[in-house]
Design a binder for this molecule. Structure first.
Ligand SMILES: Cc1ncc(COP(=O)(O)O)c(C=O)c1O
Length: 377
């Protein structure tokens, strides 16, 4: 084939695609998946409902996925105590695609988003793909949000000596992950309220990325509780983690109907396939079954954090299904040592830190045993 250099956008020159290594190893604890596969009953129900959906695959799917929105609203009411109307729900192929819609609707050239790194590594990519300027306000040493710097960045004041460059456009979006990836840190609801108010004052939306919400410690309220009083809040969630449905690619958002209307404008037609809608609705009907797995994972998470701390490592409190730990002079050597022992974790976060996903009790035990070997002097 003759050589061809495609006319790739100048700003993409030299950039490689995002993605963690997908390696076939015994213990995979690298991308915050749920280690428990769907039950046999759920698999059977999905197969039956997919078969039904296949019978009309010659037709485009329900473009507005109304039934799925109802099912998601019912699920959220049970999970968080917040009852929303289906018109307040949006869904797409993973919360990644939900975020792409959010950025397309509210970001864009001449617009700014604010985020709080270290955080989910896709935020810079969302900004790049929507031509939105990203202002990154570093978190404090303990991975909490530096509220003084955050508020200064949102309202454009330069009062705080720690605030990053606040000149430029006022933000249209404030992005905060709670629990945060990779640190596991939940942002207290009082701080989320302050961020929502500050964002509202400059006409911005506050996006609270709750991909890991179901793993939060009991008594920690969801940002869904802010929706009634703060119509500029968007809460994104996913079925990839707690629902153990990463392979199905279903993410969703809860927000004011006017926000959802804006997302509808930028979605591609029929973006959610009939198969995806059938799979998601069936999984939601089995939501109760998840509880047992979630309980196990929460206990295992707390045990894993304790085990790492017992080994003298620093671990921020985690409300998610993973733990960040460190600090290592050569984190790559630790990562490689674990891989050589059949355990794949993630080399991510600030230099010196590593992130491990909570697996089954057996997988976690294998991880800790492998770590002990690797850490031996
Ligand atoms: C904080 C956060 N948000 C969103 C996502 C995306 O999830 P998905 O696109 O699978 O719904 C992830 C995935 O790891 C994440 O860590």
């Amino acid at each position: 084939m003759p050589d061809f250099r495609p006319p790739v956008r100048d700003d993409l020159a030299g950039i490689t695609a995002y993605g963690a290594p997908q390696l076939e190893v015994d213990v995979r604890l690298n991308v915050n998946e749920n280690p428990f596969p769907p039950s046999a009953e759920l698999a059977r129900d999905i197969a039956a409902n997919v078969e039904r959906a296949v019978a009309s695959l010659n037709r485009y799917p329900d473009r507005d996925f109304l039934r799925l929105r109802e099912h998601l609203a019912d699920y959220l009411a049970g999970e968080s105590g917040v009852r929303l109307a289906p018109e307040q729900i949006w869904a797409a192929n993973g919360s990644n695609e939900v975020m792409a819609h959010v950025m397309a609707a509210f970001g864009g050239p001449g617009r700014r988003a604010v985020s709080f790194p270290p955080t989910y590594s896709m935020y810079p990519e969302y900004a790049r793909e929507s031509f939105t300027e990203l202002l990154e306000v570093p978190r404090a040493q303990d991975f909490t949000v530096d509220m003084a710097a955050a508020l200064a960045a949102i309202n454009g004041s330069t009062d705080s000596p720690d605030s990053p460059d606040s000149t430029g456009p006022r933000p249209a979006l404030v992005l905060v992950a709670s629990p945060n990836n990779p640190s596991g840190t939940a942002v207290p609801i009082g701080e989320l309220t302050e961020l929502a108010q500050a964002a509202a004052q400059v006409g911005a939306v506050l996006v609270v990325d709750e991909a890991y919400a179901e793993f939060r410690h009991s008594g920690t309220p969801s940002a869904l509780t802010l929706l009634a009083d703060h119509p500029n809040v968007i809460v994104t969630r996913t079925m990839s983690k707690a629902f153990a449905m990463a392979g199905a690619r279903v993410g969703y958002a809860a927000a004011a109907p006017s926000v959802i209307d804006a997302l509808t404008i930028v979605r591609l037609p029929y973006h959610l396939s009939a198969i995806t809608q059938a799979v998601a609705s069936t999984a939601l009907a089995h939501a109760r079954e998840l509880q047992q797995g979630l309980d196990v994972l929460r206990i295992e998470r707390d045990r894993l954090v304790a085990a790492l701390r017992e080994r003298g490592l620093t671990v921020p409190d985690s409300d998610a299904n993973f733990a960040l730990f460190g600090v290592f002079d050569d984190r790559h050597a630790i990562w490689r040592g674990l891989l050589e022992r059949g355990v794949l974790i993630r080399e991510t976060g600030p230099e010196g830190w590593l992130r491990v996903t909570v697996g089954t009790p057996e997988e976690n035990a294998k991880f800790v045993a492998a770590l002990d070997e690797v850490l031996q002097p």
